[in-house]
Design a protein around this ligand. Structure first.
Ligand SMILES: [Zn+2]
Length: 213
């Protein structure tokens, strides 16, 4: 995408002829195809040409992970800064609070929800080797994703498929946050670590069966 600057954008808008009965009627047209029709394939090819795309190598890693599509989609949204955290809700005038809806102690960010909110910290404490915990909690957030998605860092404590567990837990933490925000009186009843371990094993088993079949 080319950044034109505010003045150029205004000039471009001013140059657009307003609709008039004497002109032909407006039609929707996709500028990047010969027949002006939109297709997802062409849109993908166009986006893939941009340099921004090349820098998001994590995206390829995400799509190759052996977890259900809904988990991969969540992670893609997360990496694309598209999760509706309270900052976004506030920007849309849907809430006045920027605080985490769970602990109410810090401004909500994706990093807070997935890593530093007290409940997230509690589960990571049970999942990460004690000698590595400080490093795990202090890694820059982008690196945190990259290292764990690639099974690097040696953080796992007795967890065989660390990347699957990591992705599953991030997804569960986000789902939990949404339930807290959307369901008044929501009370958690399950042990998240045990639940995540079970679910991650199921995901790994399904993926192995899929690849084997
Ligand atoms: Zn919190």
């Amino acid at each position: 995408m080319v950044y034109l600057g505010r003045y150029n954008i205004i000039q471009r808008i001013v140059a657009i002829r307003p609709p008039h009965p004497s002109l032909s009627s407006n039609v929707l047209a996709w500028r990047w195809s010969d027949n002006q029709l939109f297709s997802s394939k062409l849109a993908y090819e166009k986006i893939a040409e941009s340099e921004d795309w090349i820098h998001h190598t994590n995206w390829n890693v995400i799509w190759q992970k052996g977890v259900p599509e809904r988990v991969r989609t969540f992670l893609w949204l997360s990496k694309s800064d598209c999760l509706l955290i309270n900052k976004e809700w506030a920007r849309r005038h849907l809430t006045k609070s920027l605080l985490c809806p769970i602990c109410h102690t810090e401004e909500e960010t994706v990093e807070h929800v997935l890593r530093s909110c007290p409940i997230a910290t509690t589960v990571w404490n049970r999942s990460v080797q004690p000698s590595k915990l400080l490093e795990f909690m202090r890694l820059p957030f982008d690196d945190w994703f990259t290292v764990n998605l690639r099974n690097q860092g040696g953080f796992a404590m007795n967890i065989a498929k660390w990347d699957t567990f990591f992705l599953t837990l991030c997804w569960m933490l986000w789902k939990r946050r949404c339930r807290f925000a959307m369901e008044p009186g929501f009370v958690e009843s399950s042990d998240m670590f045990t639940l995540c371990s079970r679910l991650a094993k199921d995901f790994a088993r399904c993926n192995a069966a899929r690849l084997g079949g």
